[in-house]
Design a protein around this ligand. Structure first.
Ligand SMILES: [Zn+2]
Length: 460
C-alpha cells in the first residue's frame, strides 16, 4: 500500500511523487529541499572563494546545518541532493579543521618569511603573539583541538628564541632598548655584524652596549661614554668624558666579553677615537689643554698587548693604520710614522722632516694657530729642543710671508722675541719686540719692552 514518506498517510489510491510523497507534502518538501540546496551551493562557493577565515567558517556551519536539515528527509528515505547530505556534513566538518589549520600555518609562514626585512624582533614577536591568540581562539572551535598543537609549539618556540635576543630599535642614528631604558648613538663594525651604542646621561652614569647578531653581549657602565667604535672581532674603543669640569678624559678599549683591556686617562678633553677593522690597534686624540704631554696629541694603542704604542704631536685622526708582528705604521698628514710595539719611533728623522715640511706647507694663519697652541701660557722653558726649532722656523716663515696682514707678522715677531727671551738673548728679544711694535702698536709688548730696554742699558 502506498505510504507518504513524510506524513505516513497511506491508502490504495494515494498517489505518490518520485520522492515518495503525497500531494500535500510534496510541494512543501520540494520547495524546502531546493531552498536548502541553493543555500548550500551558494555557501560552498563562498567557502571556496573567500579570503576571510571567519566568513569561510560561518559558511561551513551554514552548509552543515542545512545538510542536517536535508538529512532529516534522508532518514525518512526521501531523496534530497547529491552529494548525500551526510557526506556533505562530514566533508565540511573536515574542511573547517583544514581551513583553521592552513590559515594559522599561512600567517606563521608569512611572519617568518618577513623576519630578514623586519627592522626589529619586537615587530615579529608582536605578530607571533597575535598568531598565538588566533590559535587559542580557534582551538575551541576545532573537533580535534590537538590539530593546532604542533603549530602552537612552533610559534611559542620562535617567540622564546626572539625574546632571548636583544629587543632593540634603530631609528636614524639612535638605538633604543626599552627593557633597559637605553637610548644612544651607535656605530656598526665594518662588516656590519657588531653594533656598539653609547648613552651619555651627562650627570648620571652612562652605558655602553655591544650587540652581535641581534644579541646583547654586554652593558658596561661608564661616566660619560662618547664616540664608541667596534671592530669586526667585537673589540670596542670608547671615549669617556668623565664627570669633571677639568680638562680630562679616559680612553677605554673593551674586549668582546666586556673585559676592560685598556683604560688610559688624559689631562685633556678627548676629541675622537677609533679602532682598526681587525681590532688590533685603537686610538684616540686630545684637545688643547694646560697639560703639555696630553695636549693636542694622537695616542695609538695595541689592543691585545694593552699598551701605548705612539703619542704623536697634533690633534690628528690617523689616515691609515697598518700593523704587522713587528711594527705599526700610522699614516698622518700624508706620511707614515713607524713604531715598534715598545713605542719606539723607527723612522724618527724621516718623520720629523715630514712634519716640518707639512708645517711649512700650511697657511700662515694655520701656522700662527699651531705656534699659539705650542706657546700656550708662554711656558717657554718647557719647550723641547725640537719644538723650539720647529716654532722658530715657523715664525721665520710667517715673517717672510708676502701679503700677510701686519698684525700676524707682529705676533710672529712677538713670539720670536719670547723665544729669544726664554734663552736670555736680550738683544735679539728687544729687536723682535721693537719690530712687533712697529708693525702693530697693540701687540701688547710695550711695558715688557720698556723694562728690557732699561735692563739692557744697565748691563752695558
Ligand atoms: Zn504526505
Amino acid at each position: 500500500m502506498p505510504k507518504c514518506r513524510l506524513c505516513d498517510r497511506s491508502g490504495w489510491f494515494l498517489s505518490l511523487t518520485s520522492r515518495g510523497l503525497c500531494k500535500t507534502c510534496a510541494p512543501i518538501v520540494n520547495i524546502n529541499i531546493s531552498q536548502l540546496a541553493r543555500i548550500i551551493m551558494e555557501s560552498i562557493n563562498i567557502v571556496n572563494t573567500s579570503k576571510n577565515l571567519d566568513t569561510q567558517l560561518s559558511r561551513c556551519n551554514v552548509i552543515i546545518s542545512r545538510a542536517q536539515g536535508l538529512l532529516s528527509y534522508e532518514i525518512r528515505n526521501i531523496p534530497t541532493i547529491k552529494p548525500h547530505p551526510a557526506d556533505l556534513i562530514n566533508e565540511f566538518n573536515n574542511k573547517r579543521e583544514l581551513l583553521i589549520h592552513s590559515s594559522v600555518e599561512h600567517d606563521l609562514g608569512a611572519t617568518l618569511d618577513k623576519i630578514p626585512s623586519t627592522k626589529s624582533p619586537k615587530v615579529t614577536i608582536n605578530q607571533l603573539n597575535k598568531i598565538l591568540l588566533k590559535i587559542h581562539k580557534y582551538k575551541s572551535q576545532l573537533k580535534t583541538p590537538s590539530l593546532l598543537d604542533q603549530l602552537q609549539e612552533k610559534v611559542s618556540n620562535k617567540i622564546k628564541e626572539l625574546t632571548s635576543k636583544a629587543v632593540f630599535e634603530i631609528s636614524d642614528n639612535l638605538l633604543s632598548i626599552d627593557s633597559s631604558d637605553f637610548m644612544g648613538f651607535y656605530n656598526k663594525s665594518a662588516d656590519g655584524k657588531y653594533i656598539v651604542a653609547f648613552q651619555d646621561r651627562f650627570s648620571s652614569p652612562g652605558k655602553v652596549v655591544l650587540i652581535h647578531n641581534d644579541r646583547i653581549l654586554y652593558f658596561i657602565v661608564m661616566e660619560r661614554p662618547n664616540d664608541a667604535f667596534v671592530s669586526n672581532d667585537g673589540t670596542v674603543a670608547v671615549n669617556d668624558w668623565l664627570f669633571t669640569d677639568d680638562l680630562a678624559g679616559a680612553f677605554y678599549v673593551v674586549s668582546p666579553e666586556g673585559r676592560i683591556l685598556i683604560k688610559h686617562k688624559v689631562e685633556a678633553n678627548l676629541n675622537h677615537c677609533g679602532i682598526t677593522a681587525d681590532g688590533q690597534i685603537a686610538w684616540c686624540n686630545t684637545c688643547t689643554s694646560d697639560c703639555q704631554p696630553d695636549s693636542d696629541k694622537l695616542l695609538v694603542f695595541s689592543a691585545p698587548k694593552a699598551s701605548l704604542i705612539a703619542k704623536i704631536e697634533g690633534r690628528v685622526d690617523p689616515e691609515e693604520i697598518i700593523a704587522n708582528e713587528q711594527e705599526v705604521s700610522i699614516k698622518i698628514r700624508g706620511y707614515y710614522e713607524r713604531y715598534d710595539y715598545n713605542g719606539n719611533l723607527l723612522n724618527a728623522e724621516e718623520a720629523q722632516d715630514a712634519y716640518y715640511s707639512y708645517l711649512l706647507t700650511t697657511s700662515p694663519y694655520e701656522l700662527i694657530k699651531i705656534v699659539r697652541s705650542i706657546l700656550r701660557d708662554s711656558d717657554l722653558p718647557r719647550l723641547s729642543d725640537q719644538q723650539f726649532r720647529i716654532v722658530r722656523s715657523i715664525l721665520l716663515k710667517i715673517i717672510n710671508e708676502q701679503n700677510l696682514d701686519n698684525s700676524y707678522k707682529a705676533q710672529a715677531h712677538r713670539f720670536l722675541g719670547d723665544l729669544s727671551h726664554s734663552i736670555e738673548d736680550i738683544e735679539s728679544t728687544i729687536v723682535h719686540y721693537r719690530n712687533a711694535l712697529s708693525l702693530d702698536p697693540k701687540v701688547g709688548i710695550k711695558t715688557t719692552l720698556a723694562k728690557l730696554e732699561k735692563q739692557f742699558l744697565k748691563s752695558i
